[in-house]
Design a protein around this ligand. Structure first.
Ligand SMILES: [Zn+2]
Length: 231
């Protein structure tokens, strides 16, 4: 960097200091997205090392999945809540890419994830996509893709129609509606093994509806990957 470039960069960091997306402290020159302390202390699930983890068990008896994992534990008021807030509401798509690359580095050691043919993000509702400008699950998928070398196919899965506001309905009723919201289209490509990517996984109802839509078009091996998991 020339001296003028360095001057501008130093000036920018004075005016807009880079902060850790997890704890809010100022970052050192060598740090990006997260401080070193947070990198060491984030609540990693290590689900990718436990095939029968809590998230995978949540799908037992409901839908068949090849595997189900999430990178981090989400707790209210915790660091992961800060991260997800930055990613979803603070125009930080590059944060999703960074998280995808970090998790990808862990997952590339495992044959299970290397065998997938495509990465499919859970689609965001069009009105939210318009407001946010990007699908946070897709940014995470892009980061995974960079490291794993598996393409992101975001057009395969889509929302068919939006039902009435679902927030006031009971969980079971909500699921009945959601099942019909997602559709999949694989007319131009043959897929058997995919990574289905979501942001924060809670009840798994959205994912369950996506899984059914993907199974309807003949995809048999579905691996769930979330950024975060909350019990
Ligand atoms: Zn931090």
């Amino acid at each position: 960097m020339n001296s003028i470039g360095r001057y501008i960069s130093d000036f920018a960091s004075l005016v807009f200091p880079k902060i850790c997306h997890a704890c809010g402290t100022s970052l050192a020159q060598s740090e990006t997205h997260f401080c070193t302390t947070c990198i060491h202390q984030l609540p990693y699930t290590n689900f990718h090392l436990q095939p029968d983890n809590k998230l995978a068990k949540q799908f037992w008896g409901r839908v068949k999945v090849a595997s189900a994992i999430a990178y981090l534990y989400f707790t209210k008021g915790g660091k992961v809540q800060n991260i997800m807030h930055q990613l979803k509401y603070n125009k930080q798509p590059q944060l999703g890419v960074a998280l995808g690359k970090m998790y990808g580095e862990e997952l590339k050691k495992n044959q299970l994830y290397q065998q997938a043919e495509a990465i499919i993000p859970v689609p965001l509702h069009p009105s939210k996509l318009k407001k946010r400008g990007y699908n946070q699950s897709e940014t995470f998928a892009n980061g995974l893709s960079e490291v794993l070398g598996i393409p992101v196919l975001s057009g395969i899965l889509y929302r068919e129609s939006q039902k009435d506001s679902q927030t006031m309905q009971s969980r079971s009723h909500r699921f009945d509606n959601m099942e019909k919201v997602f559709k999949a289209n694989t007319q131009t490509i043959e897929l058997n093994n995919v990574l289905l990517v979501d942001d924060t996984i809670t009840t798994g109802a959205t994912l369950e509806a996506c899984i059914i839509a993907l199974q309807d078009v003949g995809i048999t091996q579905i691996n769930i990957i979330g950024i975060a998991y909350t019990e």
